[in-house]
Design a protein around this ligand. Structure first.
Ligand code: PLP
Length: 397
């Protein structure tokens, strides 16, 4: 069986976790502080604050920019459900706009029409590691004086050419960037998240909120030579990362360059192989973006039966996943206003699949995936010729 993904972990991570355990300091402490400093260096940002996962990172980011009950946040439905859950945890209302024609990211040209006097923020997503058009988003946001939060859950190691230079995702082009270290992402700490910002006021808020709104950190209290009483100026949360996770994360950072280089080589190879596969379109990078290829999402001809194709591949030992979900089509968010049609999002969900891509993948495995795909396409009833996505699609009611 060729899995869809596989984290790259070794004895180095095991040793680091073991040392953290044996140090006697298990929760947010010196390893978390070191991980934050190394992460900030890596992406080129002033402040990095570790939290328990990306969903809690998004929650704190939205709270920091002032999203509260009834406030609207312009975002995509075509994302993992956590993007919208975090908005709703603040009492906010996600206002979904569609994705671009040739990719899976927010369509900047549809943002402006979604802005109302209730809009509090724009939450853009670097979907499956592909940077979204931050220059365009930033221009709209500044014209409307709205903060931009980047959901970069999948985008560690991705880069964007902006303001005349290549920049790592994580160096905020807006206000705050949120990352995930779930095992399905490019580097992992089991569970984990990170918030990056240039704004020290936001960073202080994150640090206060993540540990119960407590004025003094455990490390400060532990190291103090005089008695310290903490205070609780604000109501907070427990969104701490453990030192065991951070110790693993520090080892993962060392691997990131190699992991991303390998993923890019695999993606290039897929693109070369798929050129000869009829009915399947490889994803493309725009000239100003470099993906980390967290996922490899191919578009299928409209006539191909997506579930049948996936089933066929599974039976032949190749795991795939459906294209990115659409949050507005899930029961949990069925009550949200549907102001803007989302035909491209819906189309991409139902006519795309993710192919296996992981660092340890061999050339033989890749050949097998493509051979299996070719065979499955042939047997999943292509009813219509041509590979063009219809320009107009039916909008869900
Ligand atoms: C994975 C993911 C999240 C959630 O990350 P967790 O660390 O699991 O909370 C949020 N947004 C996007 C786009 C994701 O892919």
């Amino acid at each position: 069986m060729i899995p869809i993904a596989q984290p790259l972990l070794g004895p180095e991570e095991a040793r680091a976790a073991s040392q953290a355990v044996l140090s006697g300091w298990l929760s947010q402490g010196p390893q978390v502080a070191a991980f934050e400093a190394e992460f900030a260096d890596l992406v080129g940002v002033e402040h990095a604050c570790a939290v328990s996962n990306c969903t809690t990172a998004l929650h704190l980011a939205l709270l920091a920019v002032g999203v509260g009950p009834g406030d609207e946040v312009v975002t995509v439905s075509h994302s993992f459900i956590a993007s919208a859950n975090a908005i709703r945890q603040c009492g906010g209302v996600p206002i979904f706009v569609d994705i671009e024609e040739n990719g899976f990211n927010i369509d900047p040209t549809s943002i402006e029409a979604a802005i109302t006097e209730r809009t509090r923020a724009i939450l853009c997503v670097h979907q499956i590691g592909m940077p979204c058009d931050l220059a365009a988003i930033r221009a709209i946001a500044s014209a409307h004086r709205l903060p931009v939060i980047e959901d970069a859950a999948c985008a560690i190691g991705s880069e964007i050419f902006i303001d005349g230079a290549w920049s790592k995702i994580g160096r905020p082009q807006g206000d705050i960037v949120c990352f995930s270290f779930h095992p399905r992402k490019v580097i992992t700490t089991g569970e984990g998240g990170m918030l990056t910002t240039r704004n020290p006021a936001y960073d202080s808020k994150f640090r206060l909120w993540r540990q119960h709104g407590m004025s003094v950190s455990d490390v400060q209290r532990h190291r103090s030579t005089s008695v310290v009483f903490e205070t609780y100026p604000v109501q907070g949360f427990n969104y701490r990362m453990t030192d065991i996770q951070a110790a693993v994360g520090r080892e993962q950072i060392k691997r990131l360059g190699g992991i991303v280089a390998r993923r890019r080589a695999i993606a290039d190879q897929y693109a070369a192989l798929l050129q000869h596969v009829e009915g399947v379109e490889a994803p493309k990078e725009v000239p100003w973006a470099r993906s980390n290829w967290q996922s490899y999402c191919v578009r299928l001809d409209p006539g191909i039966d997506q579930p049948a194709l996936m089933q066929r591949m599974l039976e032949k030992g190749v795991a795939t996943r459906r294209g990115i979900m659409c949050i507005h089509m899930e029961e949990a968010h069925a009550d949200l206003p549907r102001r803007h049609p989302l035909p491209r999002s819906e189309y991409a969900r139902d006519h795309c699949i993710l192919l296996p891509l992981f660092t340890q993948m061999t050339r033989e495995m890749q050949d097998e995936v493509v051979a299996t795909l070719v065979e499955a396409v042939a047997s999943s009833g292509r009813s219509r010729p041509g590979r063009k996505v219809p320009a107009k699609m039916v909008v869900a009611s």
